[in-house]
Design a protein around this ligand. Structure first.
Ligand code: CA
Length: 438
Protein backbone atom coordinates (compact mmCIF):
# COMPACT_ATOMS: atom_id res chain seq x y z
CA UNK A 1 0.00 0.00 0.00
CA UNK A 2 1.35 3.43 -0.91
CA UNK A 3 2.46 5.86 1.75
CA UNK A 4 2.69 9.62 1.47
CA UNK A 5 5.78 11.05 -0.20
CA UNK A 6 6.93 14.28 -1.84
CA UNK A 7 4.59 13.79 -4.84
CA UNK A 8 1.55 14.28 -2.57
CA UNK A 9 2.74 17.60 -1.08
CA UNK A 10 -0.33 19.87 -1.43
CA UNK A 11 1.88 22.95 -1.79
CA UNK A 12 3.41 21.73 -5.08
CA UNK A 13 2.62 23.87 -8.13
CA UNK A 14 3.27 23.14 -11.79
CA UNK A 15 4.64 25.34 -14.56
CA UNK A 16 1.58 24.10 -16.48
CA UNK A 17 -0.62 26.95 -15.22
CA UNK A 18 -3.97 25.19 -15.73
CA UNK A 19 -2.90 22.45 -13.28
CA UNK A 20 -2.88 25.00 -10.43
CA UNK A 21 -6.55 25.94 -10.75
CA UNK A 22 -8.53 24.82 -7.71
CA UNK A 23 -11.16 23.05 -9.80
CA UNK A 24 -8.73 21.10 -12.00
CA UNK A 25 -9.08 17.32 -11.89
CA UNK A 26 -5.42 17.04 -12.77
CA UNK A 27 -3.13 18.97 -10.43
CA UNK A 28 0.50 17.88 -10.16
CA UNK A 29 -0.43 15.62 -7.22
CA UNK A 30 -2.63 13.43 -9.47
CA UNK A 31 -0.71 12.45 -12.66
CA UNK A 32 -3.14 9.80 -14.01
CA UNK A 33 -2.25 7.63 -17.02
CA UNK A 34 -4.20 7.25 -20.27
CA UNK A 35 -3.71 6.38 -23.95
CA UNK A 36 -4.37 9.06 -26.56
CA UNK A 37 -3.59 10.60 -29.95
CA UNK A 38 -4.46 13.89 -31.64
CA UNK A 39 -8.14 13.76 -32.59
CA UNK A 40 -8.96 12.93 -36.17
CA UNK A 41 -5.43 11.83 -37.04
CA UNK A 42 -3.88 8.46 -37.83
CA UNK A 43 -1.16 9.06 -35.25
CA UNK A 44 -0.09 6.07 -33.18
CA UNK A 45 -1.88 5.63 -29.89
CA UNK A 46 0.53 6.19 -27.00
CA UNK A 47 0.54 6.71 -23.27
CA UNK A 48 0.17 10.09 -21.66
CA UNK A 49 -0.23 11.67 -18.26
CA UNK A 50 -2.82 14.37 -17.58
CA UNK A 51 -1.62 17.68 -16.13
CA UNK A 52 -4.12 20.54 -15.96
CA UNK A 53 -5.76 20.82 -19.38
CA UNK A 54 -2.73 19.24 -21.09
CA UNK A 55 -1.31 15.75 -21.67
CA UNK A 56 2.36 14.88 -21.30
CA UNK A 57 3.05 12.79 -24.41
CA UNK A 58 5.23 10.08 -22.87
CA UNK A 59 6.46 8.76 -26.23
CA UNK A 60 7.61 12.27 -27.16
CA UNK A 61 9.12 12.87 -23.72
CA UNK A 62 11.06 9.62 -23.95
CA UNK A 63 12.32 10.52 -27.42
CA UNK A 64 13.32 13.97 -26.19
CA UNK A 65 15.49 12.43 -23.49
CA UNK A 66 13.55 13.98 -20.62
CA UNK A 67 14.08 10.96 -18.35
CA UNK A 68 17.22 9.64 -16.64
CA UNK A 69 18.49 6.20 -17.65
CA UNK A 70 16.85 4.48 -14.68
CA UNK A 71 13.41 5.81 -15.66
CA UNK A 72 13.76 5.62 -19.44
CA UNK A 73 12.55 1.99 -19.84
CA UNK A 74 9.31 2.83 -18.02
CA UNK A 75 8.76 5.89 -20.20
CA UNK A 76 9.53 3.83 -23.31
CA UNK A 77 6.92 1.25 -22.27
CA UNK A 78 4.39 4.06 -21.90
CA UNK A 79 5.01 4.99 -25.52
CA UNK A 80 3.21 1.81 -26.59
CA UNK A 81 -0.44 1.70 -27.68
CA UNK A 82 -1.54 0.16 -24.40
CA UNK A 83 -0.19 0.43 -20.87
CA UNK A 84 0.10 -3.35 -20.37
CA UNK A 85 3.92 -3.46 -20.62
CA UNK A 86 4.22 -0.61 -18.14
CA UNK A 87 1.69 -2.29 -15.83
CA UNK A 88 3.81 -5.46 -15.87
CA UNK A 89 6.79 -3.54 -14.48
CA UNK A 90 5.31 -3.21 -10.98
CA UNK A 91 4.80 -0.60 -8.30
CA UNK A 92 8.43 0.49 -7.81
CA UNK A 93 8.68 1.37 -11.53
CA UNK A 94 5.25 3.06 -11.61
CA UNK A 95 6.29 5.11 -8.61
CA UNK A 96 9.68 5.99 -10.13
CA UNK A 97 8.07 7.42 -13.26
CA UNK A 98 5.51 9.32 -11.17
CA UNK A 99 8.30 10.90 -9.12
CA UNK A 100 10.28 11.84 -12.23
CA UNK A 101 7.17 13.42 -13.79
CA UNK A 102 6.33 15.25 -10.57
CA UNK A 103 9.80 16.78 -10.42
CA UNK A 104 9.89 17.64 -14.14
CA UNK A 105 6.46 19.32 -14.01
CA UNK A 106 7.11 21.43 -10.90
CA UNK A 107 7.55 25.16 -11.02
CA UNK A 108 11.20 25.94 -11.61
CA UNK A 109 12.10 22.53 -13.11
CA UNK A 110 15.12 22.66 -15.40
CA UNK A 111 13.28 20.20 -17.68
CA UNK A 112 10.31 22.51 -18.26
CA UNK A 113 11.72 23.81 -21.53
CA UNK A 114 12.08 20.45 -23.24
CA UNK A 115 8.93 18.97 -21.65
CA UNK A 116 6.81 21.92 -22.83
CA UNK A 117 7.34 20.69 -26.36
CA UNK A 118 5.86 17.31 -25.37
CA UNK A 119 2.46 18.65 -24.29
CA UNK A 120 -0.75 18.01 -26.22
CA UNK A 121 -3.91 19.92 -25.26
CA UNK A 122 -6.65 17.62 -23.96
CA UNK A 123 -9.06 19.60 -26.14
CA UNK A 124 -7.17 18.30 -29.20
CA UNK A 125 -6.97 14.67 -28.07
CA UNK A 126 -9.00 11.50 -28.45
CA UNK A 127 -8.63 8.49 -26.20
CA UNK A 128 -8.84 4.73 -26.29
CA UNK A 129 -9.16 2.06 -23.61
CA UNK A 130 -5.81 2.47 -21.84
CA UNK A 131 -5.01 -1.23 -21.49
CA UNK A 132 -5.62 -4.31 -23.53
CA UNK A 133 -8.16 -5.93 -21.19
CA UNK A 134 -7.84 -9.70 -21.36
CA UNK A 135 -10.46 -10.43 -18.74
CA UNK A 136 -13.15 -8.31 -17.15
CA UNK A 137 -14.81 -9.26 -13.85
CA UNK A 138 -17.75 -7.38 -12.39
CA UNK A 139 -18.19 -7.33 -8.61
CA UNK A 140 -21.19 -6.29 -6.49
CA UNK A 141 -19.49 -4.60 -3.54
CA UNK A 142 -22.10 -2.04 -2.43
CA UNK A 143 -24.38 -3.54 0.19
CA UNK A 144 -26.75 -0.60 -0.27
CA UNK A 145 -27.08 -1.37 -3.99
CA UNK A 146 -27.46 -5.10 -3.33
CA UNK A 147 -30.14 -4.43 -0.72
CA UNK A 148 -32.01 -1.87 -2.87
CA UNK A 149 -32.05 -4.19 -5.88
CA UNK A 150 -32.88 -7.24 -3.77
CA UNK A 151 -35.82 -5.38 -2.22
CA UNK A 152 -37.26 -4.63 -5.68
CA UNK A 153 -37.13 -8.27 -6.79
CA UNK A 154 -37.42 -10.15 -3.46
CA UNK A 155 -39.21 -7.84 -0.98
CA UNK A 156 -39.26 -10.44 1.80
CA UNK A 157 -35.62 -11.51 1.33
CA UNK A 158 -33.62 -8.56 -0.07
CA UNK A 159 -30.07 -9.59 0.85
CA UNK A 160 -29.02 -13.17 0.13
CA UNK A 161 -27.19 -15.00 2.94
CA UNK A 162 -23.80 -15.20 1.16
CA UNK A 163 -23.52 -11.43 0.64
CA UNK A 164 -21.78 -10.60 3.92
CA UNK A 165 -19.28 -13.46 3.49
CA UNK A 166 -18.22 -13.36 -0.19
CA UNK A 167 -17.34 -10.45 -2.49
CA UNK A 168 -19.95 -11.48 -5.11
CA UNK A 169 -18.88 -11.24 -8.75
CA UNK A 170 -19.25 -12.73 -12.21
CA UNK A 171 -17.05 -12.93 -15.31
CA UNK A 172 -17.87 -10.42 -18.03
CA UNK A 173 -16.32 -9.58 -21.41
CA UNK A 174 -13.75 -6.96 -22.38
CA UNK A 175 -14.72 -6.84 -26.06
CA UNK A 176 -17.24 -4.00 -25.80
CA UNK A 177 -15.36 -1.66 -23.45
CA UNK A 178 -15.12 1.91 -24.67
CA UNK A 179 -13.93 5.27 -23.39
CA UNK A 180 -15.72 8.46 -22.50
CA UNK A 181 -17.59 9.82 -25.49
CA UNK A 182 -18.80 6.34 -26.39
CA UNK A 183 -22.20 6.30 -28.15
CA UNK A 184 -23.92 3.01 -28.83
CA UNK A 185 -27.27 1.88 -30.22
CA UNK A 186 -29.87 0.72 -27.75
CA UNK A 187 -29.32 -3.05 -27.63
CA UNK A 188 -31.86 -5.63 -28.77
CA UNK A 189 -32.53 -8.67 -26.67
CA UNK A 190 -35.04 -11.08 -25.29
CA UNK A 191 -37.39 -9.56 -22.76
CA UNK A 192 -40.55 -10.64 -20.96
CA UNK A 193 -43.07 -7.82 -20.61
CA UNK A 194 -45.17 -7.84 -17.42
CA UNK A 195 -48.21 -10.09 -17.84
CA UNK A 196 -47.07 -11.43 -21.23
CA UNK A 197 -47.32 -15.14 -21.98
CA UNK A 198 -44.03 -15.31 -23.92
CA UNK A 199 -40.88 -13.21 -24.35
CA UNK A 200 -40.14 -11.09 -27.44
CA UNK A 201 -36.95 -9.95 -29.14
CA UNK A 202 -37.03 -6.14 -28.94
CA UNK A 203 -34.94 -3.04 -28.24
CA UNK A 204 -34.30 -2.63 -24.52
CA UNK A 205 -37.16 -0.80 -22.78
CA UNK A 206 -35.42 -0.39 -19.42
CA UNK A 207 -32.01 1.05 -20.26
CA UNK A 208 -29.92 1.94 -17.23
CA UNK A 209 -26.42 2.97 -16.17
CA UNK A 210 -24.32 1.66 -13.28
CA UNK A 211 -21.96 3.98 -11.39
CA UNK A 212 -18.80 1.98 -10.77
CA UNK A 213 -15.07 2.27 -10.36
CA UNK A 214 -12.90 0.23 -12.73
CA UNK A 215 -9.94 -1.43 -11.04
CA UNK A 216 -6.97 -2.10 -13.35
CA UNK A 217 -4.68 -4.97 -12.39
CA UNK A 218 -0.99 -4.12 -12.79
CA UNK A 219 1.10 -7.17 -12.01
CA UNK A 220 -0.58 -10.55 -12.19
CA UNK A 221 -0.09 -13.84 -10.38
CA UNK A 222 0.68 -17.28 -11.66
CA UNK A 223 -1.95 -19.96 -12.06
CA UNK A 224 -2.49 -21.59 -8.69
CA UNK A 225 -0.92 -18.72 -6.75
CA UNK A 226 -3.29 -16.85 -4.45
CA UNK A 227 -2.51 -13.20 -3.74
CA UNK A 228 -2.57 -12.61 0.04
CA UNK A 229 -4.69 -9.65 1.07
CA UNK A 230 -1.66 -7.88 2.54
CA UNK A 231 -0.03 -7.82 -0.91
CA UNK A 232 -3.20 -7.31 -2.93
CA UNK A 233 -2.92 -3.58 -3.56
CA UNK A 234 0.64 -3.86 -4.87
CA UNK A 235 -0.92 -5.79 -7.79
CA UNK A 236 -3.36 -2.96 -8.56
CA UNK A 237 -2.26 -0.24 -11.00
CA UNK A 238 -5.10 2.17 -10.37
CA UNK A 239 -8.76 3.11 -10.61
CA UNK A 240 -10.85 4.66 -13.39
CA UNK A 241 -14.46 5.81 -13.47
CA UNK A 242 -16.66 3.19 -15.08
CA UNK A 243 -20.25 3.03 -16.37
CA UNK A 244 -21.46 -0.55 -16.70
CA UNK A 245 -24.57 0.07 -18.85
CA UNK A 246 -27.34 -2.37 -18.06
CA UNK A 247 -30.51 -3.53 -19.83
CA UNK A 248 -32.77 -4.16 -16.86
CA UNK A 249 -35.51 -5.96 -18.78
CA UNK A 250 -33.04 -8.40 -20.36
CA UNK A 251 -31.45 -8.84 -16.92
CA UNK A 252 -34.68 -9.62 -15.07
CA UNK A 253 -35.56 -12.32 -17.60
CA UNK A 254 -32.13 -13.93 -18.03
CA UNK A 255 -30.34 -13.65 -14.68
CA UNK A 256 -31.51 -16.86 -13.07
CA UNK A 257 -29.86 -19.26 -12.48
CA UNK A 258 -26.38 -18.20 -13.69
CA UNK A 259 -26.40 -14.40 -13.42
CA UNK A 260 -26.24 -11.49 -15.89
CA UNK A 261 -25.35 -12.20 -19.51
CA UNK A 262 -26.50 -10.10 -22.51
CA UNK A 263 -27.93 -7.42 -20.22
CA UNK A 264 -24.39 -6.24 -19.46
CA UNK A 265 -22.04 -6.97 -22.34
CA UNK A 266 -23.20 -4.65 -25.14
CA UNK A 267 -21.27 -1.56 -23.90
CA UNK A 268 -19.32 -0.39 -20.85
CA UNK A 269 -17.67 3.02 -20.70
CA UNK A 270 -14.42 3.97 -18.95
CA UNK A 271 -13.12 7.45 -18.25
CA UNK A 272 -9.83 7.90 -20.17
CA UNK A 273 -7.65 8.25 -17.08
CA UNK A 274 -6.38 5.69 -14.57
CA UNK A 275 -5.68 7.33 -11.22
CA UNK A 276 -2.85 5.33 -9.64
CA UNK A 277 -3.11 3.75 -6.22
CA UNK A 278 -0.16 5.91 -5.21
CA UNK A 279 -2.06 9.09 -6.11
CA UNK A 280 -4.94 7.89 -3.90
CA UNK A 281 -2.75 7.50 -0.78
CA UNK A 282 -3.87 10.74 0.94
CA UNK A 283 -7.55 9.79 0.80
CA UNK A 284 -7.47 6.46 2.62
CA UNK A 285 -9.42 5.62 5.73
CA UNK A 286 -10.05 2.66 7.99
CA UNK A 287 -12.13 -0.16 6.53
CA UNK A 288 -14.80 -1.08 9.02
CA UNK A 289 -17.51 -3.71 9.36
CA UNK A 290 -20.41 -3.22 11.79
CA UNK A 291 -19.91 -5.35 14.91
CA UNK A 292 -23.36 -6.87 14.34
CA UNK A 293 -22.26 -8.23 10.91
CA UNK A 294 -20.12 -11.31 10.35
CA UNK A 295 -16.44 -10.38 10.31
CA UNK A 296 -14.50 -11.48 7.19
CA UNK A 297 -12.78 -14.84 7.03
CA UNK A 298 -9.02 -14.48 7.73
CA UNK A 299 -8.01 -14.46 4.01
CA UNK A 300 -10.23 -11.37 3.57
CA UNK A 301 -9.01 -9.55 6.66
CA UNK A 302 -5.77 -7.88 7.73
CA UNK A 303 -4.06 -5.02 9.52
CA UNK A 304 -3.62 -2.85 6.40
CA UNK A 305 -7.26 -3.33 5.49
CA UNK A 306 -8.39 -2.30 8.96
CA UNK A 307 -6.05 0.71 9.02
CA UNK A 308 -6.66 2.15 5.55
CA UNK A 309 -8.58 -0.26 3.32
CA UNK A 310 -11.29 2.25 2.36
CA UNK A 311 -10.84 5.08 -0.17
CA UNK A 312 -12.73 8.35 0.09
CA UNK A 313 -13.84 9.03 -3.51
CA UNK A 314 -16.90 11.19 -4.20
CA UNK A 315 -18.95 9.70 -7.05
CA UNK A 316 -21.43 11.79 -9.04
CA UNK A 317 -23.89 10.96 -11.83
CA UNK A 318 -25.36 13.62 -14.13
CA UNK A 319 -27.83 13.40 -17.01
CA UNK A 320 -28.21 15.55 -20.11
CA UNK A 321 -31.18 14.70 -22.32
CA UNK A 322 -31.35 15.50 -26.03
CA UNK A 323 -33.83 18.31 -25.26
CA UNK A 324 -31.49 19.78 -22.62
CA UNK A 325 -28.59 19.61 -25.08
CA UNK A 326 -30.66 21.32 -27.81
CA UNK A 327 -31.58 24.09 -25.35
CA UNK A 328 -27.98 24.56 -24.23
CA UNK A 329 -28.77 23.36 -20.70
CA UNK A 330 -26.03 21.64 -18.71
CA UNK A 331 -26.24 18.11 -17.36
CA UNK A 332 -28.17 17.84 -14.09
CA UNK A 333 -27.10 15.81 -11.06
CA UNK A 334 -28.92 12.53 -10.39
CA UNK A 335 -26.91 11.32 -7.41
CA UNK A 336 -23.82 11.86 -5.27
CA UNK A 337 -22.24 9.02 -3.30
CA UNK A 338 -18.86 7.84 -2.06
CA UNK A 339 -16.69 4.75 -2.60
CA UNK A 340 -15.94 4.71 1.15
CA UNK A 341 -19.44 3.21 1.57
CA UNK A 342 -18.42 0.06 -0.31
CA UNK A 343 -18.93 -3.10 1.77
CA UNK A 344 -15.88 -4.83 0.24
CA UNK A 345 -12.49 -3.23 -0.46
CA UNK A 346 -10.21 -3.33 -3.51
CA UNK A 347 -7.80 -5.61 -1.62
CA UNK A 348 -10.61 -8.01 -0.69
CA UNK A 349 -11.69 -8.25 -4.33
CA UNK A 350 -8.14 -9.19 -5.41
CA UNK A 351 -7.61 -11.66 -2.54
CA UNK A 352 -10.97 -13.34 -3.14
CA UNK A 353 -10.58 -13.52 -6.93
CA UNK A 354 -7.25 -15.37 -6.62
CA UNK A 355 -7.86 -17.52 -3.51
CA UNK A 356 -8.74 -20.52 -5.70
CA UNK A 357 -5.64 -20.07 -7.87
CA UNK A 358 -7.30 -18.01 -10.63
CA UNK A 359 -4.63 -16.06 -12.55
CA UNK A 360 -4.94 -12.31 -13.03
CA UNK A 361 -2.97 -10.65 -15.81
CA UNK A 362 -1.68 -7.12 -16.37
CA UNK A 363 -4.48 -4.99 -17.78
CA UNK A 364 -7.30 -7.11 -16.38
CA UNK A 365 -10.24 -5.02 -15.27
CA UNK A 366 -12.59 -5.37 -12.31
CA UNK A 367 -15.82 -3.40 -12.03
CA UNK A 368 -16.50 -2.51 -8.41
CA UNK A 369 -20.23 -3.05 -8.88
CA UNK A 370 -22.74 -0.23 -8.70
CA UNK A 371 -21.83 2.12 -5.88
CA UNK A 372 -24.89 3.27 -3.93
CA UNK A 373 -24.81 5.06 -0.58
CA UNK A 374 -27.02 4.51 2.47
CA UNK A 375 -29.49 7.25 1.46
CA UNK A 376 -32.01 6.69 -1.37
CA UNK A 377 -30.74 9.76 -3.27
CA UNK A 378 -27.22 8.26 -3.27
CA UNK A 379 -28.25 5.34 -5.48
CA UNK A 380 -25.92 4.64 -8.43
CA UNK A 381 -28.55 3.46 -10.94
CA UNK A 382 -31.95 4.49 -12.29
CA UNK A 383 -33.32 1.08 -11.29
CA UNK A 384 -32.95 2.21 -7.69
CA UNK A 385 -33.71 5.95 -8.13
CA UNK A 386 -36.98 5.21 -9.98
CA UNK A 387 -37.90 2.15 -7.86
CA UNK A 388 -37.80 -0.04 -10.97
CA UNK A 389 -39.79 2.44 -13.02
CA UNK A 390 -42.54 3.07 -10.47
CA UNK A 391 -41.39 6.55 -9.43
CA UNK A 392 -40.30 8.82 -12.32
CA UNK A 393 -37.62 11.45 -11.75
CA UNK A 394 -38.58 14.97 -12.79
CA UNK A 395 -35.70 16.91 -14.40
CA UNK A 396 -35.25 20.71 -14.11
CA UNK A 397 -36.80 21.26 -17.56
CA UNK A 398 -39.91 19.25 -16.64
CA UNK A 399 -38.95 16.10 -18.51
CA UNK A 400 -39.40 12.84 -16.65
CA UNK A 401 -37.31 9.68 -16.61
CA UNK A 402 -37.72 6.21 -15.23
CA UNK A 403 -35.06 4.69 -17.51
CA UNK A 404 -32.86 6.21 -20.24
CA UNK A 405 -34.29 7.43 -23.54
CA UNK A 406 -32.55 7.76 -26.89
CA UNK A 407 -30.22 10.75 -26.96
CA UNK A 408 -29.65 10.73 -23.20
CA UNK A 409 -26.03 11.34 -22.17
CA UNK A 410 -24.92 10.06 -18.76
CA UNK A 411 -21.89 11.82 -17.29
CA UNK A 412 -20.03 10.46 -14.28
CA UNK A 413 -17.51 12.41 -12.26
CA UNK A 414 -15.37 11.51 -9.25
CA UNK A 415 -12.92 13.32 -7.03
CA UNK A 416 -10.98 13.09 -3.79
CA UNK A 417 -10.57 16.03 -1.45
CA UNK A 418 -9.44 16.20 2.10
CA UNK A 419 -7.97 18.86 4.42
CA UNK A 420 -4.19 18.81 4.06
CA UNK A 421 -4.26 17.22 0.60
CA UNK A 422 -4.77 18.44 -2.95
CA UNK A 423 -8.13 17.89 -4.66
CA UNK A 424 -7.73 15.35 -7.46
CA UNK A 425 -10.32 14.17 -10.00
CA UNK A 426 -10.89 11.28 -12.36
CA UNK A 427 -11.99 13.12 -15.53
CA UNK A 428 -15.43 12.73 -17.11
CA UNK A 429 -16.92 9.38 -18.04
CA UNK A 430 -19.65 10.27 -20.57
CA UNK A 431 -21.72 8.02 -22.81
CA UNK A 432 -24.80 8.39 -24.99
CA UNK A 433 -27.62 6.02 -25.86
CA UNK A 434 -28.51 6.09 -29.58
CA UNK A 435 -31.69 4.69 -31.18
CA UNK A 436 -31.74 0.94 -31.74
CA UNK A 437 -30.55 -0.25 -35.14
CA UNK A 438 -33.35 -1.16 -37.53
CA1 CA B 1 -22.16 -3.90 -12.95
Amino acid sequence: MSTLNETHDPSLKSWVESANREDSDFPIQNLPFGVFRRRGTAEAWRGGVAIGDQIVDLAAAYAAGVFDAAIAPAAAACGEASLNSFMTMGPAVWSGLRLALSRALREGSARAGVLRGCLVAQADAEYTVPASVGDYTDFYTSIHHATNVGRLFRPDNPLLPNYKWIPIGYHGRGSTLGVSGQAFPRPRGQLMRPGAAAPVLAPCERMDYELELGIFIGTGNGIGQAIPIGEAESHVFGLALFNDWSARDFQAWEYQPLGPFLSKNFASTLAPWIVTMEALAPYRSAWTRPASDPQPLPYLDGARLREQGAIDIALEVLLQTQRMRDAGQPATRLSLGNFADSYWSVSQMVAHHTVNGCALNPGDLFGSGTQSGPKPEQAGSLLELSLNGKQPLTLPNGEQRTFLEDGDTVVMRAWCSRPGAARIGFGDCAGTVLPALA
